[in-house]
Design a protein. Structure first.
Length: 95
């Protein structure tokens, strides 16, 4: 399962949670909503954006997503720690 955070959202950092993301996805295509809702059923969850190399900035969208679905999620537990696609989608395209 792959997840990509949406940049430029106006959600305060402290209020980003798996539940708030799930609520926001209610207007997304059904398959995206279903994938996110079933994130605890996958062996691997990969997080990516356009070009991130790390999750050192705690306010970066990839870091907020990681924290929301792994560190602060108490309703659904991922099987393994989410992985960051180093270099994002741009690095993937170059490979």
């Amino acid at each position: 399962m792959f997840m990509t955070p949406q940049c430029g959202t106006n959600v305060p950092y402290h209020s980003v949670s798996a539940e708030s993301i799930e609520d926001a996805l209610s207007v997304s295509p059904r398959n995206e909503t279903t994938l996110f809702a079933n994130r605890d059923k996958f062996d691997l969850v990969a997080i990516y954006d356009d070009s991130s190399d790390n999750m050192n900035d705690p306010h970066a969208p990839v870091s907020l997503l990681f924290a929301a679905i792994y560190e602060k999620s108490f309703r659904k537990f991922l099987r393994h720690m989410p992985m960051l696609l180093i270099g994002g989608i741009q690095a993937w395209k170059r490979e």
